[in-house]
Ligand binder design. Structure first.
Ligand code: UDP
Ligand code: MG
Length: 316
């Protein structure tokens, strides 16, 4: 098993050397590579990275981005430049502990496709980080149907196959397990250590929770409806039609039984509006269906995901 460790680095100069040392100790004896992605650091992190790359030519690869693209993009760059069968993501700030990696790799060997770290004793500010993250984790678990305690923990291990075909946008790296769950991956959750930050500053505050919640809409849509959006839009459209008819029916009954004028009630307008909205929604679903076909067929993407194939020699 060849393991790629991917760490995004943004202004983590003092953390680089201890992180590298920790990773080397933890992975001693395994076949591995360490990929550090410098995400446009301005504090000289790149010099520290070049130094370890020169010392440890067998294992270290440094990918330097031209500017700060954000943690998710940095992770994507690292994955694209990795070669391993198993990819482990880890923060470069020493809050995750490299010593947890061997235990996670054992889980992968047991047959899991994703091993997700869970910071049981999280060492971050309670009010601005831990509480919002609890709410976000609960919400993400409910919406995606993949229950995890800690989506936000970067320390996770993945078999390469489950990452293929998933492009990372926005704050999406945290949603990889939800996507993987959507294509049928086997997921394990393990408690991992977490340390307070010793060097450098945290790069995020409360505003990230908002972004995460917005991304959740996209992920839910992609996982549940990306193959047949008409179910979502058409379903909504039919519900709107039905409400429109119910309101209209009520107005007609009132007209016939109690002799009340239909056009004197605002309900008539509402019924018409619901009807138009329903119609629009179904049309939108049809357009989305066309887009899906363009998306899958232009790139010859399969609409399924094979775990393995048993028996029968493949004839080329
Ligand atoms: N990071 C990055 N680009 C950014 C922001 C952060 O590569 O624009 C890296 C950062 O260097 C660290 C990891 O992402 O290795 C997590 O960042 P941070 O520790 O600030 O986040 P937290 O642990 O508070 O979630
Ligand atoms: Mg951190």
């Amino acid at each position: 098993m060849h393991v790629s460790i991917v760490a995004p680095v943004y202004n983590e100069r003092e953390n680089i050397e201890p992180l590298h040392r920790g990773l080397r100790e933890a992975l001693n004896g395994l076949l591995y590579e360490l990929i550090f992605v410098d995400d446009g650091s301005t504090d000289g992190s790149i010099e520290a990275l070049i130094q370890i790359a020169e010392q440890d030519t067998d294992h270290v690869r440094v990918v330097e981005l031209r500017r700060n693209f954000g943690q998710t993009a940095a992770i994507a760059a690292g994955i694209d430049h990795s070669l391993g069968d198993v990819i482990v993501l880890i923060d470069a700030d020493l809050q995750n502990d490299p010593a947890d990696i061997p235990m996670m790799l054992e889980k992968i060997e047991e047959g899991f496709d994703v091993v997700s770290g869970w910071r049981v004793n999280r060492q971050d500010s309670f009010l601005t980080r831990t509480i919002p993250s609890r709410i976000a984790n609960w919400l993400i678990s409910k919406v995606t149907g993949v229950p995890l305690h800690d989506y936000g923990c970067t320390l996770k291990a993945y078999r390469r196959e489950v990452l293929e075909g998933f492009h990372l946008y926005g704050e999406m790296h945290r949603f990889i397990p939800a996507y993987a769950g959507g294509v049928g991956a086997k997921i394990a959750e393990v408690p991992v250590r977490h340390h307070p930050r010793r060097f450098g500053k945290a790069k995020y505050g409360l505003e990230r929770t908002l972004k995460v919640i917005l991304d959740l809409f996209t992920v839910k849509y992609l996982v549940s409806y990306s193959l047949n959006p008409i179910y979502l839009f058409g379903g909504t459209g039919l519900a709107l039609f039905l409400s429109s008819l119910l309101v209209l029916g009520y107005l007609i009954v009132r007209r016939l039984l109690f002799d009340e004028h239909m056009i004197r009630s605002p309900l008539l307008l509402m019924s018409v509006m619901l009807f138009i909205l329903g119609f629009q929604s179904i049309l939108m679903g049809l357009i989305a269906e066309l887009l899906v076909r363009t998306y899958y067929e232009s790139q010859a993407k399969p609409t399924y995901n094979v775990r393995r194939i048993i028996g029968g020699d493949r004839k080329e």
